[in-house]
Design a protein around this ligand. Structure first.
Ligand SMILES: Cc1cc2nc3c(=O)[nH]c(=O)nc-3n(C[C@H](O)[C@H](O)[C@H](O)COP(=O)(O)O)c2cc1C
Ligand SMILES: [Fe+2]
Ligand SMILES: [Fe+2]
Length: 476
């Protein structure tokens, strides 16, 4: 019986691996297929598509029934494509899902390469599901879970973080497996009933406190609180058997695994999207991240398994060092970012002149970012990344042009600190941009605004060069 189960599980894993390997290609083919059928539809209104018997019905695109069948078949196919399932170790299976069709993560961050909702299944003497997924990909996740479970029943559902991108399937799992217990932190138990209308939900929870252990057999998960990384109820767990740190959102990253790789070693540019994720999503909470890093520093960690992005199995120090830099709000790279919010281009001209002057004086890696036309989350994370920042903006309704206002507002929210900043303003009758920028920047910790603040009147003229040159000198 056991051998049968193992064989069955192995077969399913084998199948899942094959699906995973060919899914990208299938998806491409599927896209070509859709494009072709669209063309066909335009060419002839009597187009009939016949697909292999047994799997697909023969139908016309022009009756509702036919189209519904087609849509359902394509949806199933799509579910299989998104459902990555991978064996991490002998008894740990990745059952997370990629989300490649999300428009905005957390309703504000562009994720052109998607995002992954990571989740794991530990098949030991006891069986534990580690986190669920966003409801957007709930079906795919459930499909993965049941394939990975095979004949077994789950004993525990570990909830490291209650944010809906990881917890949306909790109620469904509690209904499906009446004996399963939710293993989560004390604060999380209190919050669960806010998310799910299940009167008995708290009675089905095992409350974990700092240092508590969940014994699964070989695998032993030790829990540590990580409040505000990035919600108050967050706990991470460390598997004392295989050295895996289940780090909740810490060490997370934008980007689907099918796009960037399953392991960080396959992802040559991990820091770019991990930085954008960290600064914008967890960045405000540098102190709590430092506290977590301190706890983690005494653990013999061999693998970091975040709730988003690839598994980190190699060069752990490199990733931990980046997290240390980011959470202490230290600059990571040499360079000067000139952030510009210009209505008609006059302020932009002045910014370009400043760049030219800085480069002629030997400054390295000077670059301009048009705040009106580029992704704000990347601009914010680059402001944190580089050593120095220049803010150049038009005056606007006796205040500050709005793209700059929102940019500085986000910097305030994310506790931007400890930087040198230069200012350029532009105004046609009563320049007001620098006053507002100063007021906003004064609220930041340990920020130095260099002299002079350059004021341009409508368009830059040669008489403005000396002031721009003095600003360049002050920034070097
Ligand atoms: C809607 C609007 C509101 C403005 N408000 C002010 C203002 O309060 N004070 C001021 O001196 N100029 C104001 N201006 C003028 C611009 O700041 C000025 O034209 C500046 O040169 C624009 O720089 P730019 O060419 O980089 O857009 C306003 C312009 C617009 C379009
Ligand atoms: Fe989160
Ligand atoms: Fe998350």
């Amino acid at each position: 019986m056991i051998a049968g189960k193992t064989y069955n599980a192995k077969l399913q894993l084998f199948y899942a691996n094959i699906v995973e390997k060919i899914s990208d290609r299938l998806f491409l083919l599927y896209r070509y297929y859709l494009a072709l059928t669209t063309v066909a539809l335009r060419v002839s209104s009597r187009t009939r598509i016949t697909l292999p018997k047994g799997q697909f019905e023969s139908y016309s695109f022009f009756n509702l029934e036919g189209f519904t069948i087609f849509a359902a078949q394509m949806r199933n196919f799509y579910i299989n494509i998104n459902a990555i399932m991978k064996k991490i170790t002998d008894d740990v299976i990745y059952i997370g899902v990629d989300d490649l069709d999300i428009d905005l993560f957390e309703s504000q961050y562009k994720v052109p390469q998607g995002i992954s909702y990571n989740s794991y299944l530990i098949l030991d003497e006891k069986v534990a599901i580690l986190d669920t997924a966003d409801a957007r990909k709930g079906e795919e996740w459930e499909e993965n879970l049941s394939k990975a479970l095979g004949e077994r029943q789950p004993d525990f559902l570990v909830v490291h973080h209650l944010e809906p991108d990881h917890s949306s399937m909790i109620a469904k799992i509690l209904e499906k497996y009446p004996k399963i217990q939710v293993v989560t932190g004390v604060r999380s138990v209190k919050m669960l009933s806010q998310f799910f209308e299940m009167p008995d939900i708290a009675t089905r929870c095992m409350e974990m406190k700092e240092g508590d252990l969940l014994d699964l057999g070989k695998h032993k998960l030790r829990f540590y609180a990580a409040p505000m990384v990035h919600w108050p109820e967050v706990m991470v767990s460390f598997d004392e058997f295989d050295g895996a740190l289940y780090s909740a959102d810490a060490f997370g990253k934008f980007g689907a695994l099918s796009k960037f790789g399953f392991y960080s070693s396959e992802d040559s540019d991990w820091s770019e999207e991990a930085r954008r994720y960290y600064i914008n999503i967890v960045g405000k909470y540098g102190g709590p991240v430092q506290a977590l890093l301190k706890k983690a520093s005494v653990l013999p960690i061999k693998s970091i398994r975040s709730l988003h992005g690839p598994i980190i199995n190699e060069n752990l120090e490199k990733y931990i060092k980046l997290y240390d830099t980011w959470s202490r709000c230290l600059p990571e790279s040499k360079g000067i970012m000139i952030a510009v919010a210009s209505i008609y281009g006059g302020t932009m001209e002045a910014a370009e002149k400043l760049k030219e002057l800085l480069e002629s004086k030997g400054a390295e890696n000077v670059f301009i970012r048009d705040l009106c036309r580029t992704d704000v989350s990347r601009n914010v994370s680059d402001a944190f990344r580089y050593e120095k920042l220049v803010l150049a903006a038009s005056s606007y309704d006796n205040g500050l042009f709005t793209p700059m206002h929102s940019f500085i507002h986000i910097l305030q929210m994310k506790c931007f600190m400890g930087r040198t900043i230069g200012l350029i303003e532009n105004g046609s009758w009563a320049p007001s941009a620098a006053r507002v920028m100063n007021e906003m920047l004064c609220q930041l910790t340990n920020v130095t605004i260099v002299e002079p603040t350059v004021t341009i009147r409508s368009r830059m003229k040669s008489t403005d060069y000396p002031a721009l040159e003095r600003l360049a000198d002050a920034l070097l």
